[in-house]
Design a protein around this ligand. Structure first.
Ligand SMILES: Cc1cc2nc3c(=O)[nH]c(=O)nc-3n(C[C@H](O)[C@H](O)[C@H](O)COP(=O)(O)OP(=O)(O)OC[C@H]3O[C@@H](n4cnc5c(N)ncnc54)[C@H](O)[C@@H]3O)c2cc1C
Length: 363
């Protein structure tokens, strides 16, 4: 029987990259699977809801906190297995994501290099199908080991069962706290070529003068691009550091809806990308900028990053309610100008009026 240490009223703001929000009513730090299972048993016996915390880099916690048990998943360990010509890399949920990417690149295993520099832990990567610069984890994930808290058992979900989509999966869509990811397996290519899907990355490689590009060169290029946008959290003095990355998803619309937005925009340069299913992806950053917002713009203690239009930054004194109010202003302005309501990317915890459901402010 695992002895369980349940702490009470633990501040969550320092455990998130935005650094806002209140306390967890109960809190367990789990360094092994037995502790995760014991925490689930504890919560179920008391009828208390469970939430899972990783690195807190995609999370907005309400100012009033959460009346739940928060389980901070800190399971560590990495193992590999040859599978034909491929290599299966299994990492425990609490492994820092970028450390795993660096490990893969250093060993010459292709498949994760474009995902360099993304904050957070391994266990969260399947939740929103983490992606950047032409790769998504759904390209390589083969299996996700989870505790299904609804059934009370540990199950391994194969990739086909994860329901991966753009920044989405069945884990994110489903009931909050149902799945606790314990470990993730990625299928990588030893000696494989790097993915070069993005013009920005190709341009940076050219500036670096690395030809032909190696996995390490692509990692360096991605890190350099991300640093230029304050999208790597390695500078404690960076004024843009307190964010959760992109606050909104790029809208994916059917062709007719995208056509209507283009007609309203009346700008031939409006970026749009045709998707395999015939729908059209638009740039949330472009829509925000063309709805009248500029990088670095402030609304009291919150504002847009001075280097990245999609990042909402919390400054000294910011509260979750300031972040929500600012996000809502952006949504309202984009909707009024283009007829599209932007969908937030981070997960909201607690009593936050969802910025997706709040009616537009009177103008
Ligand atoms: C500067 C910056 C840049 C970013 N760039 C990118 C990017 O390029 N691409 C991208 O996709 N994302 C990006 N993000 C968002 C974020 O880093 C990722 O979504 C990351 O995977 C979140 O990991 P985390 O451990 O911090 O998760 P958390 O923020 O702790 O949690 C996020 C969600 O996942 C759930 N979760 C976490 N761990 C588990 C687990 N073990 N089991 C079950 N559920 C779990 C939580 O309950 C919550 O719902 C960025 C964020 C920042 C701050």
């Amino acid at each position: 029987m695992t002895a369980l240490t349940v702490r009470e009223r633990v501040p969550l703001a320092p455990l998130t990259t935005l650094g806002v929000g209140g306390e967890a009513r109960w809190f367990v730090a789990a360094a092994d699977e037995a502790t995760v299972v014991a925490a689930h048993t504890w919560a179920r016996a008391r009828g208390v809801a469970l939430r899972v915390l990783g690195g807190g880099s995609n999370l907005l916690v309400a100012d009033a906190g959460v009346d739940t048990l928060v389980v901070h998943v800190g399971l560590r360990g990495v193992s590999t297995r040859r599978a034909g010509g491929a290599l299966e890399l299994t990492a425990a949920a609490g492994e820092p994501w970028d450390g795993l990417v660096r490990h893969a690149v250093e060993h010459g295993w292709a498949g994760l290099e474009c995902l360099s520099g993304i904050p957070g832990l391994v266990g969260a990567t399947p939740i929103q199908n983490v992606g950047a610069y032409g790769q998504e984890v759904s390209d390589t994930v083969t299996a996700v080991r989870t505790l299904d808290t609804q059934r009370g058992e540990i199950v391994t979900v194969p990739a086909a069962g994860c329901g991966f989509a753009y920044r989405d999966s069945m884990f994110k869509r489903g009931e909050a706290g149902r799945w606790v990811v314990l470990a993730v397996t990625y299928r990588l290519q030893p000696g494989g070529a790097p993915t070069l899907g993005y013009a920005d990355v190709a341009g940076q490689l050219a500036r670096q003068g690395t030809a032909p590009p190696t996995l390490a060169a692509v990692r360096e290029a991605v890190l350099a691009i991300r640093r230029g946008k304050s999208m790597v959290l390695d500078d404690p003095l960076d004024p843009n550091r307190r964010s959760c990355g992109s606050f909104f998803l790029n809208p994916i619309l059917d062709a007719a809806e995208a056509g209507a937005v283009a007609a309203r925009a009346d700008e031939p340069a409006m970026p749009r990308w045709l998707q395999a299913d015939g729908r059209v992806k638009l740039s949330a950053a472009w829509l925000i900028e063309h709805a009248g917002f500029a990088r670095g713009e402030r609304a009291g203690p919150v504002g847009l990053s001075s280097r990245h239009t999609l990042a909402i930054v919390a400054h000294d004194g910011a509260r979750a309610s300031d972040v929500v109010a600012f996000a809502r202003r952006l949504q309202d302005a984009v909707e009024a100008r283009f007829g599209v309501r932007l969908t937030p990317e981070p997960v909201f915890w607690g009593d936050i009026q969802s910025v997706t459901r709040v009616p537009p402010l009177p103008s």
